[in-house]
Design a protein around this ligand. Sequence first.
Ligand SMILES: [Zn+2]
Length: 408
Amino acid sequence: MSTRIEAKRLIPGRGEPIDNGVVVFDDGVISYAGTSTEAPETPDANVLHTETVMPGMWECHGHFIGVYTANIDELWNTRPQVTTARAVGDAHAALQAGFTTVREVGGVGVFLATAIAEGQIVGPNIYGAGATLSMTAGHGDVHSMPIDMARKSFERHWGEDGIVDGPHEARAGVRRMLRTGARVIKIHASGGVLSQLDDPHLPQFSKEELEAIVDEAGRMERVVAAHTHGKRGMMAAVEAGVRTLEHGTYIDEEVADAMVEKSVVLVPTRWIVDFLDKGAEERGMPEYAKEKAKAAVASHADGIALAIEKGVKIAAGTDIFASRLWGRNGEELSLLVDCGMTPLQAIESATANGPSTLGPQAPNSGQLVEGMDADVICVSGDPLSDITILGDPDNVTHVFKNGTKYKG
Ligand SMILES: [Zn+2]
């Protein structure tokens, strides 16, 4: 049975919107997307009328880790069965908010993906990283506890421990993530905010370690996503050949130029920086993070605005990490508009640009184009005149993932 959606406006993901658009799909694949005048006859189709039809959105930086606070120590105090069970609810919330694909850069996404594919639980298409790769004392280490406890914590929650030192262990770390089902490799190439003792300005991992990770991942057709705030970490990661920079807090002209030259994609995570500014306190942000957060908040918007102006390719991601925050993913789009994007560009960053963050592992989706996967959402209202519409899941009236209806 085919589905036909007739919309006041069709936003294809890339390119201009179409007034009075029609989308038709059967067997999970789009067979037509375009004007109503050229649309084929579909006498047997289920017909749906909506105000706006657009591709299912992509969350390109999230974490299904099932904690409630902004303190990673919580993993140690909570059973992995509990954190995983919470994450099941978060995956459901993401899909209901119109996010049909999640690139999950550290957490249990790799395991949720299995149960979702089996049809046992409901959630988006997840491309997970497993655990993150970090040097000892890096952003992906837990500095407050003995290192064997930190390692154990990641191993029991996310399947493997990602703390690696030296090119040999870095390569082995990539291989360990592959055996959890990783579709992307996530590394920490600078210090971070929510880690106790490191400095976001300073680079992490040596040149040799970065190159070993990129090489090993590339051989297995995975791209590398690099958490980076400071300039030196960003330049080293770009130089080593990572596909994406995550956060990009202290981007300047030189970094932006290097990213454009090497086709590196930026996942800005405006949402988390905004959250660190406004909401993290009540989520138990530890004292040690407060000064670092303040500094990041002061610089991040300017860095992202510069990247937009310079034409760096941008894919939307929030860095939503805690249970019960999932579902707010669409708030990222209006934050990107605040940094200088048009609403149409913000939608492109959350749809058509998504696959570029996964390289060879990417599905054929992100746009309403004939032949692509039928990841399609219907929206009440016009997000091109008010982008905040996409931040409220209630405005997403219908969600189809691979042609199957999950909402509406
Ligand atoms: Zn993150």
